[in-house]
Ligand binder design. Structure first.
Ligand code: B4P
Length: 190
């Protein structure tokens, strides 16, 4: 299996680039943000629980995220591989993912980290907030909190994969096609 972790701060282009990657490499997309928004839209208990964290730009508790990802992997049959988008966001999530994949005799092939300066993130998210309807994109304080949470809780995940020799950094500013070209070059070498 080809399993890729697409990593980066909020607004780095993870969702955007995932769409290109799944099409070119025929992988299954697993975005924890999308899964939570689906639950939210359907008004499930999980969605209601996640909403208060997401609206404020905080992380949903690990146990909730990990159980949801386990369910998604277990209910996906015949996948050639996964693109993990927005997951793992904490070291316990990364450890849990390694354990889950071991059950399928598999592992993470590589991590791709999109590097984008904070000012550009704020500009992109506020722009998306004009049309996305997402509460977490519409307020600069919430966006700043998301960026801070990324620095405090999520950056250690990059070190986790660096220690495994799986870390690949890509400059995430420029045309979407140009950045995708660089991502493709990395994936083709995995
Ligand atoms: P996510 O849905 O993962 O939200 P995100 O980080 O904002 O999205 P993404 O980074 O994919 O957006 P993209 O760059 O593609 O998470 C939302 C919330 O869910 C979290 O805050 C948290 O509460 C919760 N959550 C999710 N996963 C969790 C987990 N594992 N653990 C705990 N909680 C979790 O797009 C941004 C914008 O930039 C778009 O408008 C796009 O068009 C634009 N853009 C992209 N590339 C560009 C480029 N090259 N140039 C210019 N603009 C570009």
């Amino acid at each position: 299996m080809l399993n890729i972790v697409l990593f980066g701060p909020p607004g780095a282009g993870k969702g955007t680039q995932s769409e290109n990657i799944i099409e070119k490499f025929n992988l299954t997309h697993l975005s924890t943000g999308d899964l939570f928004r689906k639950h939210l839209g359907e008004g499930t208990d999980l969605g209601k629980l996640a909403q208060k964290y997401m609206d404020d730009g905080n992380l949903v508790p690990d146990s909730v995220v990990i159980d949801m990802v386990k369910d998604k992997i277990a209910s996906t049959s015949g996948a050639k591989g996964f693109i993990f988008d927005g997951f793992p966001r904490t070291v316990p999530q990364a450890e849990a993912l390694d354990t889950m994949l071991k059950e399928f005799d598999s592992d993470i092939s590589g991590m791709i980290a999109l590097d984008v300066p904070d000012d550009e993130l704020r500009t992109r998210l506020l722009e998306r907030g004009k049309t996305s309807g997402r509460a977490d994109d519409q307020n600069v304080d919430k966006i700043n909190n998301r960026i801070q949470v990324y620095k405090d809780e999520t950056i250690p995940v990059a070190e986790f994969y660096e220690k495994q020799g799986k870390f690949n950094k890509i400059h995430g500013v420029g045309s979407i096609e140009g950045i995708f070209g660089e991502i493709s070059t990395v994936i083709e070498k995995l």
